[in-house]
Write a protein that binds this ligand. Structure first.
Ligand code: NAP
Ligand code: MG
Length: 498
């Protein structure tokens, strides 16, 4: 089903029927103001539909609906095995609607449709399935109190979860939050990014079709400064989970402090280092994965390995392999299965990335790329770009660019590599390439990162937690640890006569 031709993808895209209203209390509704925001295809610049723009009053209605059903217990007190059955059905429905969901993300934010169809959508189905299958295998605890006292420690759902997500993996980010929140019995109010509401709206509809009760899964498209802020400040939201930039993550901490002290869990930016040591024998694999980790999804990946730290003795050999690879990865039409890179999400992000590229041109050596291009005379595309001789204090070495731009820094010793790697306000991911096991373990231990990948990049799976340290945030998605964010521990202490 995923090996469609360019023409077949285009034909299917032209027949799509967009869900473009807010989804509140089990119904598609217009926003109260009647306002809309444009869904723009960044590969063409065309407006494909207008999406309801929610504001405080719409968020309030969604929170009321979410709270009402939570209190009634239709979902929150449903037996875990029954919640599992519904979420497994949802995962099946995602697979059945793979082509449509892949197209929605590709058209909304410019990613390659084949990536959406082979990675994002199957991933979403798998994450729902994994969390569904886990939830009826979780046991509560009895504390070791001694005779005469029985202390039970149980996991309780929190209530209403607000989720605010970015545009780079629209369906997957919605899934990462919703799968664990719903499996544990919460209701959710999800605000997608303004650039990419379409797949989340379809997901909510599929959730209803799977049997999730009305009001449990609400989607409120809108702008961050209005809808996102309203969710962050809402006094009846128990927990706010966020993926996005560090700047906005800090705002959510403020919103919580200004309102009801809701729990806040943040997955924010990154400037992840990829350390290549000269004792790595497979420089072929290392160069392919280095290119993948910065150019996949146009570099719009929070854990992108955007800093390449390379041992000086192998730098020239490695960079010639890497720039040859980059030249084969030029952007193309996202619906064309032969394209190697898609469109940037929008004009603003394109301009932002080009500002960094121009700063790089002034301070470092451009070895490939560096230009904005059009495809078929349209759209927002940037060439895969590599800068060598980057100073670790330059903006392109320190700041998250969120585009296909790699900064290369040479090192001479392991100590120096670690010093450069950890000199960052971020700590989301890191990669290490070496054949020396002791070095792999030693360096991994010393890297400040939520995930360290050794002899690979961006290792990620449903069975391992994902999240950061330092200003990359806190709290973990995926794995059983994700349930920690969405549950509180309740102690019930019973005295009895013995
Ligand atoms: P962003 O600007 O922080 O936006 C993320 C979400 O926050 C969007 O839904 C946005 O709404 C909303 N928002 C914006 N301003 C807000 C405000 N004042 N109050 C409340 N909500 C607000 O990030 P982005 O540009 O969409 O995404 C890129 C960022 O996400 C990068 O920094 C990247 O590293 C990070 N990211 C992190 C991870 C991770 O797991 N750590 C994963 C993916 C992405 P609008 O759409 O209206 O702006
Ligand atoms: Mg768009």
């Amino acid at each position: 089903m995923t090996n469609l031709s360019f023409q077949e993808w285009k034909t299917k895209a032209s027949k799509l029927n967009f869900r473009n209203q807010a989804f509140i209390g089990g119904n598609f509704v217009n926003s109260i103001s009647g306002k809309t925001l444009a869904s723009i295809n960044p590969a063409t610049g065309d407006v494909q539909t207008q999406v309801s723009e929610c504001d405080y009053q719409d968020i309030d209605l969604a929170v009321i609906a979410a709270r009402r059903v939570f209190e009634k217990g239709h979902w929150s007190r449903m037996a875990p095995a029954d919640r599992k059955a519904v979420l497994l059905k949802l995962s099946d429905l995602i697979r059945e609607n793979l082509v449509e969901l892949a197209l929605l993300d590709s058209l909304d934010m410019g990613k390659l449709v084949t990536d959406a169809a082979t990675v994002d959508v199957p991933g979403s189905a798998m994450f729902f399935q994994w969390h569904a299958e886990a939830i009826d295998k979780m046991y509560d605890e009895i504390a070791p109190t001694g005779v005469g006292d029985l202390a039970m420690i149980s996991r309780e759902p929190l209530g209403v979860v607000g989720a605010v997500i970015p545009w780079n993996f629209p369906l997957d980010m919605a899934t990462w939050k919703a799968a664990a929140a719903l499996a544990t019995g919460n209701s959710i109010v999800l605000k997608p990014a303004e650039q990419s509401s379409l797949s989340a709206l379809r997901l909510a509809e599929l959730a209803m079709e799977a049997g999730i009760p009305e009001g449990v899964f609400n989607v409120v498209p809108g702008f961050g400064e209005t809808a996102g802020k309203a969710l962050g400040l809402h006094p009846d939201v128990d927990c706010l989970v966020f993926t996005g930039s560090t700047v906005v993550g800090k705002l959510f901490q403020q919103y919580a402090g200004q309102s009801n002290m809701k729990q806040v869990w943040l997955e924010t930016g990154g400037k992840s280092p990829n350390l290549i040591f000269a004792d790595c024998h497979d420089l072929e694999a290392a160069s392919k994965m280095a290119a993948f980790s910065i150019f996949y999804n146009q570099g719009e990946v929070c854990s992108a390995n955007s800093r390449l730290l390379i041992e000086r003795s192998i730098k020239d050999e490695f960079l010639s392999k890497l720039s040859a690879l980059a030249e084969t990865m030029q952007p193309g039409n996202p619906l064309n299965p032969d394209s190697k890179m898609g469109a940037m999400v929008n004009e603003e992000q394109t301009n932002r990335v080009m500002r960094y590229i121009n700063e790089g041109k002034a301070s470092a050596n451009l070895i490939t790329g560096g230009e904005r291009v059009k495809v078929d005379g349209k759209g927002y595309f940037i060439q895969p770009t590599i800068f060598d001789n980057v100073d670790q204090n330059d903006s392109i070495a320190r700041e998250e660019i969120f585009g296909p731009v790699l900064s290369v820094i040479a090192f001479d010793t392991e100590e120096e590599a670690l010093q450069i790697a950890n000199k960052s306000e971020y700590g989301l991911a890191a990669s290490v390439w070496t054949d020396d096991l002791s070095r792999a373990l030693r360096v991994s231990k010393k890297l400040n990162a939520g995930t360290v990948s050794v002899n690979t990049v961006d290792a990620l799976s449903a069975v391992t937690p994902f999240g950061g340290v330092k200003q990359s945030g806190f709290g973990r998605d995926l794995s059983l640890h994700s349930f920690d964010k969405y549950t509180s521990l309740k102690t019930t202490w019973i005295k009895y006569t013995h």
